[in-house]
Design a protein around this ligand. Structure first.
Ligand code: GUN
Length: 295
C-alpha cells in the first residue's frame, strides 16, 4: 500500500483562490486593502527565506505588505516603538516579529507589545490563552490561531480526515508548533499525547497514533516501524541536509508504504503556514473594520 499524498501546495492555492481572494475583493469594495507588517531583526538566513516567501504570497493575493528591517545591534526600545506606531497605523491590520530574535532581546516583551487585534501569528499571550479558554468572539476580541498548527488543522479538514475521538500524537513541544497544535486538536475532541526530547521510548507512543504530527527538527526521526498501518502522518519538520536537500522529520519513502496519508516536505505543511498568515491578516482586517463600523 502506498499512502495518499496530502498536497499542501495545491490545497493552499485552493484556499487562496476560493477564500482569500473573494474576501480581499470584498474588503477592497469598502476601500480597504489588508496590510501586513513584518519586523525582522538581524541577519538570520532562514528568516530571510521565510520573510521572502511571506512577501511573495502577499503580492500574489493582493495584500499590502511591508518589511521593517533592523540591524542586529538595534536598541530594543527602537523595535518596541516601531511596534507601537504600527499598532496605531490604520493601513496595517497584522504585525509579526520574525523569530528567532538575537538572544539579547526580550522576545516576550516584543510579542506582548503587539496589539492582540493585530497579532496574526497568534503569539500574544491573549491569543495563546484563547487556545485553552473558550472566548466569546463578539467582535471585540481577536483570536488568531498560530499559522503552522492552523495550517495542519486545515489540511486535515480539507482532506476530510476525522479528528474527533482519534488518537493524536504530537512529537515536539515547541511554543510555535507542538503545544498549540495539541491544544487545537484537543478542542476538536481528539485524545492527544505530546512527546518531546525527554520522552522515553518514543515509538511506544507513535505506534498508537491515528494521526501523527511531527515538528521536532530531526531528519528521519520517524521511521516505518514507529507508525501504525493506516495512520495519517503530518510532517512539520524542515531540515536542510549537508548535501543541500530539504527534508522533513519523517522517512518519507519508508513511512509512505505504511501510512494512509502523508504530507511531503517540501510542499506539505510549509505552503499552508504562509497561507494561514494571509487568512489571519484578512480576518484581522475584517474584524478591525467591523469594529470601526465600516463593514
Ligand atoms: N519563525 C519560525 N516560524 C515562525 C512563525 O511562524 N512566525 C514567526 N514570526 N517567526 C517564525
Amino acid at each position: 500500500m502506498s499512502a495518499k499524498i496530502i498536497d499542501g501546495k495545491a490545497i493552499a492555492k485552493q484556499i487562496r483562490d476560493s477564500e482569500l481572494k473573494p474576501d480581499i475583493l470584498g474588503l477592497q469594495a469598502h476601500g480597504i486593502t489588508p496590510g501586513l507588517a513584518v519586523l525582522v531583526v538581524g541577519n538570520d538566513p532562514a528568516s530571510k527565506v521565510y520573510v521572502g516567501q511571506k512577501m511573495k504570497a502577499c503580492r500574489e493575493v493582493g495584500l499590502h505588505s511591508e518589511t521593517h528591517e533592523f540591524a542586529a545591534d538595534v536598541p530594543q526600545a527602537d523595535v518596541l516603538s516601531r511596534i507601537e506606531s504600527l499598532n496605531r497605523d490604520p493601513r496595517i491590520h497584522g504585525i509579526i516579529v520574525q523569530l528567532p530574535l538575537p538572544p539579547r532581546f526580550d522576545m516576550r516583551a516584543l510579542l506582548e507589545a503587539i496589539s492582540p487585534d493585530k497579532d496574526v501569528d497568534g503569539f500574544h499571550l491573549y491569543n495563546v490563552g484563547a487556545l485553552v479558554v473558550e472566548t466569546a468572539d463578539d467582535g471585540t476580541k481577536s483570536v488568531f490561531p498560530p499559522c503552522t498548527p492552523y495550517g495542519v488543522q486545515r489540511l486535515l479538514e480539507y482532506s476530510e480526515i476525522p479528528i474527533e475521538g482519534q488518537n493524536v500524537v504530537v512529537v515536539g513541544a515547541s511554543n510555535i508548533v507542538g503545544k498549540p497544535m495539541a491544544l487545537m486538536l484537543l478542542r476538536k475532541n481528539a485524545t492527544v499525547s505530546i512527546c518531546h526530547v525527554k520522552t522515553r521510548d518514543l515509538a511506544q507512543f507513535t505506534i498508537l497514533a491515528d494521526i501523527l504530527v511531527i515538528g521536532a527538527g530531526v531528519p528521519n526521526l520517524i521511521v516505518a516501524p514507529m507508525v501504525k498501518r493506516g495512520a495519517v502522518v503530518i510532517d512539520v519538520g524542515i531540515n536542510r541536509l549537508d548535501n543541500g536537500k530539504l527534508v522533513g522529520d519523517v522517512d518519507f519513502a519508508g513511512v509512505s508504504e505504511k501510512a494512509a496519508y502523508i504530507t511531503p516536505v517540501p510542499g506539505g505543511v510549509g505552503p499552508m503556514t504562509v497561507t494561514m498568515l494571509m487568512v489571519n491578516t484578512v480576518a484581522a482586517a475584517q474584524r478591525q473594520m467591523a469594529r470601526a463600523g465600516n463593514f
